[in-house]
Design a protein around this ligand. Structure first.
Ligand code: HSE
Length: 348
């Protein structure tokens, strides 16, 4: 039976949860999915790096104490990302470092090094996909490997793959969605009476918020996701500056109370529209939606996106948009998709 060797780049909530899934459910997955998973390298800003071609003891890696380093277990205090990614024996690089909305780095380089060295990549990182997507997809093609990024939008809810694979034969001319769990959660909590800061703190504790929650609150996170969906699914060729952006910090408790009294609810809506001349316009903005609008009832960290199609009319996908387990599942789903396509270059 095939075993895929993985390198986990970044060992925060998402890749740590993927390691837990492999550690706790590896055998079950092997019989269910028909392939095994083994972690042969981990790098992390805090822990350093560890490379073991024979497989890393995940129990050890998952139970390192405060202040511990991989240097105490035969590794290094340095991340050594480039050399680990280029030279380790992994078949697949799972990239889950922080999203940099400016230029996608250093994650974009992690992806590039992996693809250049003939390794497939799955990532939950919006930066490389939104800002360098076409270049990295081209590199994957040149090297005969895969570049998968289901978790970049709506965590493990399979919106990208669903639309790419199951909407064939349909023309998509736009979408609108709730694409940020934190801001949706925060708006709901503000409706229940909390102030903005307290609601953000709760979202951070629940693991929804970005390292810098202003990315969630000010709409930067949704801007990246709208860009990804527009370019990947509508065939747009737009850049970040083409997606106009306004966050929810301008929505006051008084605005929320007024909307409530009028039978409306504030939502941060990301949308894109394909025009008859083929151009695409896209935006992120808070909107007070009437309660019978399809997105008004989407609550908590749940996300939803409604695609406008020619033959089916609107098709809406709703599901988790954030969370460690939900996002780790996206990586697993990317690996399953690679296996199905039988395009992973195995090194074992
Ligand atoms: N911080 C994001 C959200 C999760 O709250 O939706 C990952 O994109």
């Amino acid at each position: 039976m095939t075993t895929y060797d993985l390198a986990l780049i970044g060992f925060g909530g998402v890749n740590r949860t993927l390691a837990e899934i492999i550690h706790n459910r590896g055998e079950e997955l092997r019989s269910e999915l028909g392939f095994g998973l083994r972690v042969v390298a981990i790098t992390d800003l805090r822990l350093g790096s560890l490379v073991k071609p024979e497989g890393i003891d995940l129990h050890m890696a998952l139970n390192l104490g405060q202040g511990a380093s991989f240097a105490d277990h035969g590794g290094s205090e340095d991340t050594n990302n480039e050399s680990v990614i280029r030279t380790c024996t992994a078949d697949i690089i799972c990239e889950a470092t922080f999203t940099n909305p400016e230029d996608g780095e250093p994650a974009a380089s992690h992806v590039r090094w992996a693809l250049e060295s003939g390794k497939s990549v799955c990532t939950t990182n919006k930066g490389p996909v939104a800002l360098r997507g076409p270049e990295l997809a081209g590199l994957a093609q040149e090297n005969g490997v895969r570049f998968e990024f289901e978790g970049a939008v709506m965590s493990g809810t399979p919106v990208i793959r669903l639309a790419k694979q199951m909407f064939t034969g349909l023309a998509l001319d736009g979408f609108e969605g709730i694409l940020n769990g934190t801001s949706n959660y925060v708006l709901g909590r503000m409706e229940a009476g909390l102030d903005l800061e307290a609601a953000i703190r709760e979202a951070q504790e629940l693991g929804y918020a970005e390292a810098n929650p202003s990315a969630d609150i000010e709409g930067h996170d949704v801007q990246l996701k709208v860009l990804i969906l527009a370019n990947e699914l509508l065939g747009a060729d737009i850049t970040l500056d083409d997606v106009t952006r306004e966050g929810i910090s301008s929505v006051s408790p008084a605005d929320i109370a007024k909307a409530s009294a009028e039978g409306r609810r504030w939502k941060l809506v990301g949308s894109a529209t394909k025009h008859s001349d083929g151009t695409v316009s896209a935006s992120v903005k808070p909107m007070a939606l009437p309660l019978d609008h399809g997105l008004a009832g989407i609550s908590g960290a749940t996300n939803a996106v409604s695609f406008s199609t020619d033959l089916l009319g609107p098709v809406t996908v709703s599901g988790p948009g954030a969370g460690r387990v939900e996002t780790a599942y996206a990586l697993l789903s990317d690996i399953i998709s690679m296996h199905a396509a039988k395009k992973v270059a195995t090194h074992v």
